[in-house]
Design a protein around this ligand. Structure first.
Ligand SMILES: Nc1nc2c(ncn2[C@@H]2O[C@H](COP(=O)(O)OP(=O)(O)OP(=O)(O)O)[C@@H](O)[C@H]2O)c(=O)[nH]1
Length: 206
């Protein structure tokens, strides 16, 4: 799949409650806003980056991402959960396939992203599994079919992130594959200030 046929949807619509004060995505991570690092990891391997967020986040996120080529997809209703954010982001994707990546994953591996696009093939989704947990916020989707399935799940009041996948044909990227390529670090995310400090240490040393 050519780069221009790929979109990255970056999820930013959460409230950062475990971060205790401020939006974690705007926090400084070794000299740059956290979300800027996530987007910069994705930009080389996709043609379009769509940032999903609430209306009130748009200006501060645009400032944090100044100079990068991104568009915004604002949730019609805020705080409706990550799966609703995935739906909003995928609806805004201009391509048939998209990866979804949580904005708080600053170590997302561009090689893994390419692998996700390669593996989706004729499926509706390609979802990594680590320790038995499906990594739906670092996965590839057939945008229209996943967004439609999200609509149906939300309409029946089911906002679980796995709910839309139940009716789709999806393939699993197994942990052994991820480990073999050295991609497990790609899934590290930042929830707390302690985790932010650990991520900064990884980037710059203590
Ligand atoms: N659009 C949207 N995205 C969300 C929502 N809740 C979480 N997310 C996103 O889903 C991803 C995973 O969520 P979390 O890691 O729990 O982030 P969070 O909700 O900001 O953090 P906590 O409040 O500490 O749980 C992040 O990229 C969030 O931005 C929501 O209600 N709407």
């Amino acid at each position: 799949m050519a780069r221009d046929d790929r979109t990255a949807v970056v999820l930013a619509g959460g409230r950062s409650t475990r971060f205790e004060g401020g939006d974690k995505l705007l926090a400084d991570l070794a000299g740059e806003p956290l979300v800027r690092r996530t987007v910069m990891r994705l930009a080389p391997v996709v043609g379009t980056v769509v940032v999903n967020c609430r209306a009130d986040q748009r200006d501060p996120l645009a400032a944090a991402l100044d100079g990068l080529d991104v568009s915004f997809a604002v949730d019609p209703e805020p705080d409706t959960g990550p799966m609703a954010g995935i739906r909003t982001g995928l609806r805004a994707a201009p391509t048939a396939f998209a990866v979804v990546v949580a904005g708080d994953m600053p170590f997302v591996d561009p090689g893994l992203v390419e692998h996700l696009f390669d593996r989706i093939g004729g499926h509706d989704a390609a979802v990594p599994r680590i320790d038995g947990w499906f990594q739906t916020t670092q996965a590839a989707y057939r945008a229209g079919r996943m967004a439609d399935a999200c609509d149906r799940a939300l309409a029946r009041g089911d906002s679980k992130i796995l709910a839309p996948l139940e009716e789709l044909d999806w393939t699993v990227i197994e942990e052994a594959t991820l480990r073999g390529h050295g991609w497990l670090d790609s899934f590290e995310n930042v929830n707390t200030r302690t985790e932010l400090a650990a991520a900064a240490e990884r980037l710059h040393g203590p």
